[in-house]
Design a binder for this molecule. Structure first.
Ligand code: SF4
Length: 346
């Protein structure tokens, strides 16, 4: 591997030895990359020139900011970054009272095919490297000059479909010597790759797992998410129980409300029945209209009613506050628009 920003401390130490340097240099370089967030070897003040020369074969991954849109309503910022091979990805900065939160992408495109999602329309282009996931956070922290305290892996891509890189990313993000974000301040979403949820549970990380459920039963879920053809809701919920047993972390279920599809009183009651006894919380999301899809978002009243019906059955829900509604368009739209523009210019 030559991607130095994706190396953990141990690997960096091995690299130092391999190129004839003292292992302590690894800690210095790691600190420059992951704590001070520098973008070139020239900025590494205490690294000798001779070592910088050797490191030329190990280029530092840095994302290029192509566009940023800032919401006038709440300061939410949507970033479009270009990767070194020309692919584009989106990240979002949300400003809350408790701190700055960044939502990052884990893949360029996505192959999961969820029907309400713009990011999957062109399929999966490729997995992101750990360094490319990290640098979304690093570039945003540098550009606003404020600390990022929370990270959500919920942008484009299915994080558990890029499992090894995700784990490496989590370790570099949360361990000592780097940007050091607490695992408790990290949320990773999944559309429900059941075997991977078991594997992740065995890692016993202290992060939050957010499972995109979006329907109370298999039939409805299959209408919205092709992954439901592979794993049933029962199998998914068993995996979630296992995750809670292993980690002690409450599961978050994401539920996008689509008018007339999954937002009725019966749907709420069925959902509550299924989740009973599981330590969990439901995030209710009025679905974002996607130009290419025909889904209509539930009315505000339908969303409120759904929450009340869940709570009557003993399941807690929160209606997700809309961030950056004036710059919105569904997640993945900014990237898509740019890709279309680039195509038409060819
Ligand atoms: S919602 Fe997530 S998993 Fe589903 S297609 Fe979109 S990016 Fe992929």
């Amino acid at each position: 591997m030559t991607d130095i920003k994706s190396m953990n401390m141990e690997e960096l130490k091995e690299l130092m030895v391999q190129i004839g340097e003292k292992p302590f240099r690894a800690k210095q370089i790691y600190g420059w990359l992951h704590e001070h967030l520098v973008t070139s070897y020239d900025e590494m003040a205490n690294i000798p020139k001779s070592l910088k020369e050797k490191l030329k074969d190990y280029p530092i991954t840095v994302l290029e900011e192509l566009d940023v849109q800032t919401s006038k309503v709440d300061g939410t910022r949507k970033y479009l970054f270009r990767l070194s091979d020309g692919n584009m990805i989106e990240s979002v900065l949300m400003r809350y009272k408790y701190g700055n939160s960044v939502c990052i992408s884990s893949q360029a495109g996505c192959r999961m095919g969820c029907r309400f999602c713009a990011s999957t329309i062109g399929g999966l282009t490729r997995n992101l490297l750990p360094s490319e996931m990290l640098d979304q956070i690093y570039r945003i922290q540098t550009s606003i000059g404020e600390r990022i305290s929370n990270v959500v892996v919920m942008g484009t891509g299915e994080p558990l479909d890029n499992y090894d890189n995700l784990l490496r990313f989590i370790h570099i993000l949360t361990e000592d010597g780097g940007i050091h974000i607490s695992q408790r301040n990290l949320t990773v979403s999944t559309c429900g790759l059941v075997p991977r949820i078991y594997e992740l549970a065995d890692e016993k990380l202290q992060m939050t797992l957010a499972v995109s459920l979006h329907a109370p039963n298999d039939e409805k879920r299959r209408e919205l998410m092709p992954i439901a053809n592979k794993y049933s809701v029962d199998e998914l919920l068993d995996a979630c129980r296992y995750y809670f047993d292993k980690t002690g972390r409450r599961i978050t279920f994401e539920y996008s409300l689509v008018a007339g599809v999954n937002d009725s009183k019966e749907n709420a009651q069925e959902l509550a029945g299924r989740l009973k006894g599981l330590n969990c919380h439901v995030n209710l999301i009025p679905v974002n209209p996607v130009r290419e899809r025909s889904f209509v978002r539930s009315t505000r009243q339908a969303v409120e009613n759904f929450k009340i019906n869940l709570e009557k059955c003993g399941i807690n829900g929160t209606i997700r506050r809309e961030m950056g509604s004036d710059i919105d368009g569904a997640c993945g739209q900014l990237r898509k628009r740019y890709m279309e523009k680039t195509e038409s210019e060819k």
